[in-house]
Design a protein around this ligand. Sequence first.
Ligand code: NAD
Length: 304
Amino acid sequence: MRISVIGCGYLGAVHAASMAELGHTVVGVDVDARKVELLSQGKAPFFEPGFEEILRRNVEAGRLTFTADYAAIAGAQVHFIGVGTPQSETGAANLTYVNAAIEGMLPHLGQCADGVEVVAGKSTVPVGTAARLAEQVAPTGVILVWNPEFLREGFAVKDTLDPDRMVYGLPDDEQAAADAQAVLDELYRPIIDAGTPRLVMDYQTAELVKISANAFLATKISFINAMAQICDAVGADVTALAGAIGLDDRIGKRFLRAGIGFGGGCLPKDIRAFQRAPMSWGWGRRSASSLRWTRSTTPCATPW
Ligand SMILES: NC(=O)c1ccc[n+]([C@@H]2O[C@H](COP(=O)([O-])OP(=O)(O)OC[C@H]3O[C@@H](n4cnc5c(N)ncnc54)[C@H](O)[C@@H]3O)[C@@H](O)[C@H]2O)c1
């Protein structure tokens, strides 16, 4: 299958190389000329175990190319959106790059000769984004799906090729949903055949699955940090406590290490965007402000 990946940062570059590894012909598009140059030479712009190996192998095999020219996506059957959704001044997700990606893609959509053409969003976005973008691409005849990404940095190649699950957020129209699902199933065939759960749902649930997964992970870290404060106060040992409660299957050991809080590229910005989201759902100032947005310099250690 011919596919394109818009935005070749951490998510996009790994996704592009991984899809080429599955045998697809992939073009990656990025506005960063230096990144395009490095990737085109098979050189990873960041360290990720196993990534440079599959990048180089597929660039050399001619299955994987990179460019800054959106025209290169014309004729591909699936177009992934993997651009950044950083935190804006207000804490809400900045969708400038997603919007620019759609604008860049639009003139080149609807030219696939091989069947149903799909735009698949992978970036982490607030609820409502997929429905809005679907309206924008509708005149081209292309179907939009939301296919959020759950990869962990450090395990990105493994998580892309052997994920815990795949989520398809599909349109309400039954025929369009069935058509888009068939295209994604064909694209991901080796991953599905390996037994990976593939969960089908509507746009808004797919968007929320990603956001709530990160919110839950953040909650676990913040919970054990709150317990650490109590342990300090009463002379208890939080490491022993975490080990003991983590043996309960309902709780689990992961993300229960007390520490200085958390950072990284995703959890802080994603939970802040989640805190801002009620505003755009029309919940009004009272309910949104009850979530108490803060711009702490030690983000999210205790978000409440
Ligand atoms: N990094 C992760 O571990 C991870 C995991 C899951 C989900 N995500 C989500 O994936 C998205 C991308 O994250 P990332 O870490 O890859 O970000 P990143 O900053 O590493 O990469 C974004 C890339 O998009 C490019 N870009 C920006 N505007 C563009 C445009 N108009 N056209 C083409 N390219 C453009 C940038 O140059 C950059 O290379 C975010 O929404 C993030 O929340 C990231």
